[in-house]
Write a protein that binds this ligand. Structure first.
Ligand SMILES: [Zn+2]
Length: 216
């Protein structure tokens, strides 16, 4: 999870739909705005090019129109993460990555081939968000969830392996194209950038020239 810069102005359909008895919060203008602001990534797992994107309510609306049509409560997620998040323990307890920089309060790493997200402070939202992101990659409690988690881990590992390989190439031969590729992978717009950026931040002694690209 990384910081997302949300366009301040709500898509126009939200106010119109809010006034209707059975209004919709996911009309094309909302979806397009979310796609753009979230760089086509699920805000929880950070996979991109989503096959099954969903408009997710950060804080469940429970039928309350003030929450249901609140632009600041709408997030782009994949159906897998949305379904993992749908547990009472997470209600109203997940960090708003449009307001807080998640990298300042969460350490997102791969340890022994498993995702390990740990909170950097003791606030409830940091704890619960760390637990949720970990579950998005590791909650293999049904056959389908196991399949989805494996697919997601494969995607994450592919991205991380590309990062490691590009670092190695740049260390051997300081070619501008490798540096450009590294900068791209450390941009918050890149898939799984919470993990790529954390990796570099924890290896700054080896890659000091990348420090400015992973600042929080
Ligand atoms: Zn996801």
């Amino acid at each position: 999870m990384v910081k997302v810069e949300r366009t301040p102005t709500p898509p126009p359909s939200l106010a119109v739909e809010k006034s209707k008895a059975n209004g919709s919060y996911n009309l094309p203008d909302v979806v397009e705005a979310l796609k753009r602001d979230f760089h086509e990534k699920c805000y929880l797992c950070e996979n991109n090019a989503l096959q099954a994107p969903e408009v997710e309510h950060l804080n469940p609306h429970g039928g309350d129109p003030d929450r249901k049509f609140d632009w600041n409560n709408l997030f782009l997620s994949c159906s897998h993460c949305n379904s993992v998040k749908n547990q009472a323990k997470y209600h109203d307890k997940i960090l708003d990555c449009c307001n807080i920089d998640p990298e300042a309060v969460l350490n997102q790493q791969i340890v022994n081939n498993h995702v390990s997200v740990t909170p950097l402070n003791s606030e409830e939202k940091s704890l619960m968000t760390a637990e949720l992101i970990t579950e998005c990659f590791e909650k293999r409690n049904t056959g389908i969830r196991t399949y989805e988690c494996q697919t997601l881990m494969n995607e994450l590992n592919t991205t991380m392996n590309t990062l490691y390989k590009t670092l190695e190439q740049y260390e051997k031969r300081r070619l501008p194209r490798y540096f450009k590729a590294l900068r791209g992978m450390l941009s918050r717009t890149y898939k799984f950038s919470g993990f790529t950026r954390t990796y570099i931040r924890s290896h700054l002694a080896e890659y000091p020239y990348l420090a400015e690209y992973v600042e929080i």
